[in-house]
Design a protein around this ligand. Structure first.
Ligand code: ATP
Length: 471
């Protein structure tokens, strides 16, 4: 297979030069990678240089004929398909060749449509085999097996829903794997297309409309060129709208129209552009409450949730913890070239007993930390983060007179500041490290009045090289 383009590699074998050229031009114009040979001997040399996916050979040739090439190809390159070209007079021989393993025969002089249709079938079969492989590989990055009956049911629903283009709404706490799940659905339904994830929370209200629907040049100050929004960019693929609850009302109306008409209008234009996409949305906010509060349109909600799935938090599927722990140990062990051993009973118990408020994201971070700190492939209890050892202390001693809430807030603020500093104020990395979503982090920054800009400036100041002293 021509790897760059995912296109079939074809070898055309014919002792008539004109015939070879016609086929080469025709097949090239269809995008296949084509080489030619004028005899069986040359064909075998070409095949030894680079194995083709398909050999198209004339049946009757000077010297060795197409049947001889068929036999040798089947022996040496069993995956390679052979298509025979035959005249009306030798159809019987071609039928005989089919019995010997030829894929198909094509009668010379007929229009090329039949041959091209057969090649397209082979091309599609190849692509779906590739997609199957890709799906397997994708899934190796995630641990999607589950012993949890609730989640198994969800998988069964999703696998059926993936075959349609129904809108899917994924609910669940932060870190349960909503995006991972959305990607899985995409792989089941439109694997050869794009998967575009948009975090609505990360987009300001003013940017969101043009980000999703695009804009025309001059539509607003700063629109210096035409911009294709995410719906157009998805190009028949899957659009994953994360934190859908954060979409402002005006964009909600536009989104609803798009779902109803399957068209979009770029900002600054009234022209309707047809778009095809699968929509998967997700949120960890209570959309029903948002509807009651008037923050979310109910007609849009009912459009989004043709199929709704609620992913359980990790604490409600603890039966999956041992496999997930093994999975992440192996993953991070491989990344850091460490042969990780199973945790001993003490660490194992601690890992199983813990509550993982940040769900799989938190578990993943904890295991990564254990692997980083491990020196000989064993994971050690003392390397678990502090939250694993939170103990009830005598009230006075622990709180020094402050309320529990105040102490918790103070501790949380300090931790956030520490991690922000460690991650050079990068919010995505900080949130990952803390086992919360970026959105939750922003909420906490607001709550604790942490000024990210000021913090960044301070860090910049600190990292400036010291002024050289001229003595
Ligand atoms: N089944 C899984 N196997 C391996 N890793 C997973 C799995 N599920 C989630 N993760 C990892 O956990 C992290 C959180 O997953 P994801 O972003 O899908 O969660 P989410 O529910 O969309 O979170 P949020 O609501 O905060 O956006 C990611 O780093 C992801 O790779």
């Amino acid at each position: 297979m021509c790897e760059k383009q995912g296109r079939l590699r074809i070898l055309v074998v014919d002792d008539e030069q004109k015939q070879r050229q016609i086929l080469k031009i025709l097949l090239n114009s269809e995008g296949y990678e084509v080489r030619t040979a004028d005899s069986v001997e040359t064909a075998l040399e070409r095949m030894a240089e680079k194995e083709p996916d398909i050999v198209i050979t004339d049946l009757r040739m000077e010297g060795q004929d197409g049947i001889a090439l068929l036999e040798q190809t089947k022996r040496k390159y069993p995956n390679c398909k052979v298509i025979l070209l035959t005249g009306y007079g030798s159809i019987e021989n071609a039928v005989e060749a089919m019995k010997k393993g030829a894929w198909f025969y094509f009668v010379k002089g007929k229009g090329p449509e039949e041959l091209l249709a057969e090649l397209r079938k082979l091309q599609n079969a190849y692509l779906s085999k590739q997609n199957g492989k890709r799906l397997q590989e994708e899934n190796r990055n995630y641990m999607l097996d589950t012993k949890n009956e609730e989640l198994r049911k969800i998988f069964r629903i999703v696998e059926r829903a993936a075959k349609s283009s129904a809108n899917i709404l994924i609910l669940g706490e932060s870190g349960v794997g909503k995006e991972v799940f959305a990607n899985y659905i995409h792989q089941l339904s439109r694997p050869d297309r794009k998967f575009l994830a948009v975090n609505c929370h990360a987009l300001s209200d003013s940017l969101m409309e043009s980000e999703l629907f695009g804009h025309e040049k001059g539509a607003f100050t700063g629109a210096i060129g035409t911009y294709k929004g995410r719906f157009e960019a998805a190009e028949d693929g899957t659009l994953f709208l994360d934190e859908i609850g954060d979409i402002p009302r005006n964009v909600q109306s536009k989104l609803l129209r798009t779902l109803e008409t399957r068209t979009i209008e770029r900002v600054g234009s009234t022209q309707s552009i047809p778009v095809d996409f699968r929509l998967i949305s997700a949120t960890n906010v209570d959309l029903e409450q948002a509807m009651k509060d008037g923050d979310f349109r109910s007609d849009l909600y009912y459009r989004l949730c043709t199929i709704t799935i609620v992913l359980p938090p990790l604490r409600e599927r603890k039966e999956d913890l041992p496999e997930l722990i093994r999975f992440f140990l192996k993953k991070y062990g491989a990344e850091q070239e460490k042969e990780m051993k199973e945790p001993d009973a003490e660490v194992g118990d601690a890992l199983l007993a813990y509550n993982y408020k940040g769900n799989i994201r938190e578990l993943k971070n904890v295991i990564e930390r254990l692997v980083v700190l491990s020196e000989d492939g064993t994971v050690s209890l003392e390397d678990l983060p502090d939250q694993f050892f939170e103990k009830k202390m005598p009230v006075k001693e622990s709180f020094g007179g402050s309320s529990l809430k105040e102490v918790r807030m103070q501790a949380e603020k300090e931790l956030i500041l520490e991690v922000l500093q460690m991650q050079q104020c990068k919010t995505k990395e900080t949130a990952e490290h803390l086992g919360i979503s970026e959105r939750q982090l922003f909420n906490k920054l607001k709550e604790y009045e942490i000024d990210l800009k000021k913090l960044k400036m301070k860090q910049k100041e600190k990292s400036k090289p010291p002024v050289e002293r001229v003595v």
